[in-house]
Design a protein around this ligand. Structure first.
Ligand code: NAP
Length: 259
């Protein structure tokens, strides 16, 4: 059995002195990313809807491990809230070297029966919210002439997923947005990449019906769901100075299900 390596600082990733902003950091994949970036030396701004929950959870965990983190709260599907949060982060940190757009929701239903609200809520949070964050933070990164944008997409945005027309369309949009940003921001030394998780053990997948989980398992070559830390490991490298020649890419961390 190989030595367990996930959840540890990778030897080739040093984020000392860097400031990172991670959305959806209260739980699941975002929590694991915030912890990992902190382990690698970054100061982490953690964003979700509830400040107290963040302070008692992820931020407290980072501080207990000797890292530095601050909580910022708001609704990322609202453009004014996004601009306020980024303003607060800039005021607190002065710089933002790393932006990880991880916050996301699901409102699953089969396309022909999907209500407008389910479609709009998912597009508003998972696509428009990511655009708002990228637009605001990229202005900060352009002034710095350095930045790493990492958008958390999904295997659903690559191959489509039954019952997820809204979510798959939003994630495919995030992939296209990432590729455009890679082209538009390259001259300012800013990279933009997407990490596309497969099925990962979080609250989001805990809500899936057992028969959906069984069907998913059947098409995952590694025959298991991933762990949030396995996504965080990939993100920490993509967000590092060492990933300097990587931009416009989609890295599927999905147990092999999308190839
Ligand atoms: P999760 O456990 O449900 O956590 C979602 C996070 O997003 C929470 O921190 C939540 O904050 C935050 N959030 C949601 N809407 C928000 C809003 N409007 N404003 C601010 N924060 C908001 O999700 P997860 O499974 O870790 O997924 C994280 C990301 O990975 C998502 O983009 C998801 O689409 C993607 N992904 C997940 C999987 C998977 O299998 N889990 C697979 C592929 C892609 P609160 O705690 O305040 O609600």
């Amino acid at each position: 059995m190989a030595k367990e390596t996930i959840g540890f600082k990778p030897t080739n990733v040093d984020l000392t002195g860097q400031f990172a902003l991670v959305t959806g950091a209260s739980r699941g994949i975002g929590r694991a990313i915030a912890l990992q970036l902190s382990r690698c030396g970054a100061t982490v701004g953690c964003v979700s809807t509830n400040k107290e929950k963040l302070e008692a959870g992820t931020v407290a965990e980072i501080r207990a491990a000797g890292g530095t983190a601050e909580a910022f709260a708001g609704d990322l599907s609202n453009v004014e809230e996004v601009n306020r949060i980024v303003g607060e982060v800039e005021a607190a940190f002065g710089k933002i070297h790393i932006l990880v757009n991880n916050a996301g929701i699901t409102r699953d239903d089969i396309a022909f029966a999907m209500e407008d609200a389910k479609w709009h809520d998912v597009i508003q949070t998972n696509l428009n919210g990511v655009f708002y964050c990228c637009r605001t933070v990229s202005r900060v990164m352009m002034r710095q002439r350095y930045g790493r944008i990492v958008n958390i997409a999904s295997v659903s945005g690559i191959i489509g997923n039954f019952g997820q027309a809204n979510y798959s369309a939003a994630k495919a949009g995030v992939i296209a947005l990432t590729r455009v940003l890679a082209k538009e921001l390259s001259g300012r030394n800013i990279t933009a990449n997407a990490v596309a998780p497969g099925f990962i053990e979080t609250d989001m997948t805990a809500a899936l019906k057992p028969e959906i989980k069984e069907k998913a398992m059947a098409i995952i070559p590694l025959k298991r769901f991933g762990k949030p830390e396995e996504i965080a490991d990939a993100v920490s490298w993509v967000a590092s100075p060492g990933a300097s020649y990587l931009t416009g890419q989609v890295i599927a961390v999905d147990g092999g299900m999308s190839y």
